[in-house]
Design a protein around this ligand. Structure first.
Ligand SMILES: Nc1nc2c(c(=O)[nH]1)N[C@H]1C(S)=C(S)[C@@H](COP(=O)(O)OP(=O)(O)OC[C@H]3O[C@@H](n4cnc5c(=O)[nH]c(N)nc54)[C@H](O)[C@@H]3O)O[C@H]1N2
Ligand SMILES: Nc1nc2c(c(=O)[nH]1)N[C@H]1C(S)=C(S)[C@@H](COP(=O)(O)OP(=O)(O)OC[C@H]3O[C@@H](n4cnc5c(=O)[nH]c(N)nc54)[C@H](O)[C@@H]3O)O[C@H]1N2
Ligand SMILES: [Mo]
Length: 787
């Protein structure tokens, strides 16, 4: 395998001064150094606000500065002094704003007023709240609810999400496309088949006790940097950390803890992954099955020799179903096949298996590298099979650990954002609010896109997010949006989804998580659920961006009043006057999960929602943990089809939060000032006649006859397995085919997009190299946050 120029070992460790430097730079750029530093100190602490960035949990005893570089960027971005007000919007036509980059749109600052689209001038114009809500409400009230879509992005609090689903069901629809449908829906759907619950089984306490950690398809250094503190501690304790990732991600190689004076001064950092396996994209199914094969073989030998068994025989007998069939399948797999599909050697897989077998308590984490594949659910179930073999679930220090994306994406689902609600839930909801919810299943994100393509959507209402930028097939779907009668976007910042709008369109400015939310003069607390099912309070403290911003619960309640006037007897004003009353209603609907909700939200670190699998209670049809596998799958390991050159993974840079682009730098991958790049293996480059800096175009090879293109990407040689390449999301989203998705959950396969690559300017020699920084500054200009 070619060692790419950017092979990470030559670079300094991740974290360290670079991270602290970045915090101050981002606060400085948003003109909020002092305010920002003070805000950061109350983040992720009891009584403070929850970080609006990722879903990593808060410890019970937080550190004095319980935040990371990327959390600080998220806060700086929200707390910015910059504003996008009515004057600006009146002066810039929507057609013109479409030429702005994602970064430029959001960087212009916080939205300050409710805005309504004016077709005559092609601009958004200020409108007062009452008028906006009345017009929207009256329009929605007249529509067929099956043709209304209610999108949720995962920053929405439990209180807002609960009201949002209530509003939708009162209208008469279960159409709840959710950001999670592009993210961990794979986990939500495939995990219950294995263990009866769609969430992770571990807590921070388990992290402290585990003695081997597997990180599969996840990039914590960028996307959940507070996890690095734990990885760093584990590595120091000598806990083996085994990574499966096609890309050498720098923070998974070496990391300097910004909280460690010694490491900061020596700049040495700590090795994080004890083994790093560059699996081919989509090769995880076979990689996990290969590990299982090796473990089962070792157990067969131990048994033959009368030695201590390797498998946890008692667990397999008492708690699992389907082991024998799986074991027979694994024994039969050929190493040639495994090596072919994983791009790993038998020796490497056996090395991983040995680490697994030596450990008493194993946790396996995964992220988008697993979920965003056509066979994402199958891959995840193989991770679970591996854990089952030695009973690594439902006991201290062991378990399954999907790392969620948005800070409350897990909570939104818990409180009812779900296109296929259970009858138990609906019955409870109906009782609590005295109405009859629709029983017919609704749309998820992919189905919502299909409905838009068919012309079957009359209103698209979004609670946050940037739907028309984050979805697959953005161009095809985007072309149809102008035919939608009404689009409403509740947002903090201007983004592309506001420019791709319906015939009538509104942008409603929301308070951010960090901001003081006063209702009748009383500060309100909202709640969120993290990746470890811990629910806790979040109380904003900063002055709101504008007096016209409203909280999400307020917006939903007033929209509901305007839409459903006289149709239901719900005292919306009372619910919004005290969010404790919304929580009482959540408790009434989910008594088993949210008992004593209001009393428990202030507990340090939060309270944990019940999770059967973590107690070895299996809420599956067999009543057991199920070994699941598809014997025919090996021919479909998401290899690039024959007419494609490479399999493209679309990923995040270090300076973005999903479609929010903080800057064009990607410090850990050594790229600066540039997002239009493609990371390629040198031998693939040679085969395709490309050199570093060549500008290439992509065409997708989705095999459905539809032309999908994205152009202008500069080639960067990188240490990725042959056959795979990587580029940033969302610049590549036009290439994703809507039909190319996980079969169980409809999650788009954003990590395996088959592409054909061509020179953008045929005949022209390789152009200038992309500006790639060899190292980030070593002399930090730093203001350490005051304690
Ligand atoms: N700062 C910051 N934080 C974030 C986000 C952000 O954009 N910025 N986004 C949030 C959200 S919504 C989410 S969902 C999470 C996303 O967090 P991640 O799950 O880390 O998401 P990605 O950046 O998409 O990267 C996934 C990783 O999977 C690897 N990978 C790709 N294909 C494969 C494969 O086939 N097999 C394996 N084993 N690995 C593969 C990639 O190389 C990459 O390292 O982060 C959340 N936190
Ligand atoms: N190709 C490709 N596509 C992907 C992915 C990928 O890896 N590759 N990842 C997928 C994943 S994992 C996800 S989760 C989705 C993300 O999809 P979304 O959740 O829809 O997108 P975001 O970029 O997180 O949304 C950013 C916008 O949210 C608004 N916002 C921020 N904070 C708040 C708030 O507090 N309240 C309100 N009302 N609005 C707020 C701002 O206006 C901002 O512009 O994208 C998916 N799309
Ligand atoms: Mo996500």
């Amino acid at each position: 395998m070619a060692e790419g120029r950017k092979a990470a070992p030559k670079q300094p460790p991740a974290g360290g001064w670079g991270a602290l430097n970045a915090v101050e730079q981002h606060l400085g750029k948003q003109q909020i150094l002092l305010k920002g530093n003070r805000a950061l100190l109350s983040m992720n602490k009891p009584g403070g606000f929850d970080c609006p960035s990722c879903a990593w949990p808060d410890p019970g005893k937080p550190h004095i500065a319980e935040y990371c570089e990327n959390g600080a960027k998220a806060v700086a971005w929200e707390a910015t002094k910059k504003r996008t007000g009515p004057d600006f919007l009146a002066e810039h036509r929507v057609e013109e704003l479409k030429t702005w980059t994602d970064h430029e749109l959001e960087d212009h600052g916080r939205l300050t007023h409710p805005m309504r689209y004016d077709a005559a001038t092609d601009t958004y114009r200020a409108v007062d709240w009452q008028t906006a809500l009345t017009e929207i409400g009256e329009t929605v009230a007249q529509l067929d609810p099956k043709r209304v879509e209610l999108y949720t992005s995962g920053r929405t609090s439990n209180e807002a999400a609960f009201l949002w689903q209530l509003y939708g069901r009162l209208l008469g629809t279960n159409n709840f496309p959710d950001c999670s449908d592009m993210c961990h829906a794979t986990t939500t759907v495939a995990l219950p088949e294995s263990i009866g619950v769609g969430k992770g089984t571990v807590t921070l306490e388990d992290w402290e006790h585990c003695d081997a950690l597997f990180i599969i398809g996840q990039n914590p250094g960028t996307n959940s940097p507070r996890m690095m503190t734990y990885l760093h501690q584990m590595a120091k304790r000598g806990v083996p950390i085994v990574t499966f990732n096609p890309l050498k991600e720098r923070a998974l190689l070496r990391f300097t803890d910004p909280q460690s004076p010694v490491e900061m001064l020596t700049g040495r950092g700590q090795t994080i992954s004890s083994s790093y396996f560059q699996v081919r994209t989509g090769g995880d199914i076979m990689a996990m099955q290969g590990i299982c094969k090796a473990v089962i073989a070792a157990d067969d030998e131990a048994r033959a020799r009368g030695e201590k068994r390797i498998l946890d025989v008692d667990f397999l007998r008492d708690h699992t179903d389907g082991f024998e069939a799986f074991a027979a399948f694994a024994r039969d797999l050929s190493w040639e096949e495994i090596e072919h599909y994983t791009a790993l050697s038998r020796a490497q897989i056996e090395q991983a298996a040995n680490i697994y077998m030596k450990a008493e308590r194993v946790i396996a984490c995964w992220g988008m590298g697993i979920t965003q594949h056509k066979h994402g659910g199958d891959a995840m179930q193989q991770i679970l099979n591996m854990l089952f073999l030695r009973g690594n679930i439902g006991r201290l220090g062991a378990g399954a650990c999907p790392i969620r994306g948005h800070s409350n994406v897990q909570g939104d689902r818990t409180v009812g954002i779900n296109k296929t609600p259970t009858e138990t839930f609906l019955a409870q909801l109906d009782k609590a609010f005295d109405f009859t919810s629709p029983r017919e299943h609704g749309h998820d994100t992919a189905e919502c896109c299909e409905a838009i393509l068919r012309g079957d959507v009359d209103a698209f209402l979004a609670m946050g997010g940037n739907f028309f930028r984050a979805i697959p097939d953005i161009e095809r779907v985007g072309e149809k949006v102008p035919q939608i009668g009404l689009t409403v976007q509740v947002a903090t910042k201007l983004n592309r989804s506001h420019l791709i709008h319906g015939k009538r369109a509104y942008i409603l400015p929301a308070l951010g998580r960090t901001e003081l939310d006063l209702q009748n003069g009383v500060p309100q607390t909202v709640t969120v659920e993290d990746s470890f099912s811990m629910v806790h309070g979040s109380t904003g403290r900063l002055e709101p961006a504008s007096e016209h911003c409203r909280s999400e619960p307020w917006i939903i309640a007033n929209l509901a009043k305007a839409t459903l006037a006289g149709r239901v007897a719900i005292d919306w004003d009372a619910l919004v006057a005290d969010y404790g009353r919304i929580r009482d209603k959540i408790e009434e609907v989910f008594p088993d999960q949210f008992g004593k909700y209001n009393r428990r939200i202030g507990l340090p670190g939060g309270f944990r929602l019940p999770n059967g699998a973590s107690e070895r209670v299996w809420n599956t049809p067999t009543g057991k943990a199920n070994f699941l596998f598809d014997p025919d799958l090996k021919d479909q390991n998401d290899e690039a089809p024959e007419d494609a050159h490479l399999q493209l993974m679309t990923l995040r840079s270090h300076d973005q939060f999903n479609t929010t682009v903080y800057s064009n730098n990607d410090r850990y991958r050594g790229v600066s000032g540039e997002r239009m790049v493609v990371f390629m293996n040198e031998s693939d480059m040679a085969e395709l006649g490309l050199s570093e800096g060549t500008v290439v175009d992509f065409a997708s090879a989705a095999g459905d006859g539809i032309k999908r293109q994205a152009g202008g990407f500069k080639v960067v040689a990188y240490d990725v397995p042959k056959g795979c390449c990587a580029a940033y999301y969302p610049e590549t989203n036009a290439l994703l085919a809507l039909s190319h998705r996980d079969k169980r959950s409809n999650t788009p396969a954003a990590k395996s997009v088959p592409v054909v690559i061509s020179r953008a300017r045929p005949g022209e020699p390789a152009s200038s190299k992309p500006e790639v920084a060899e190292q980030y500054p070593t002399t930090p200009n730093l203001t350490v946050p005051a304690a």
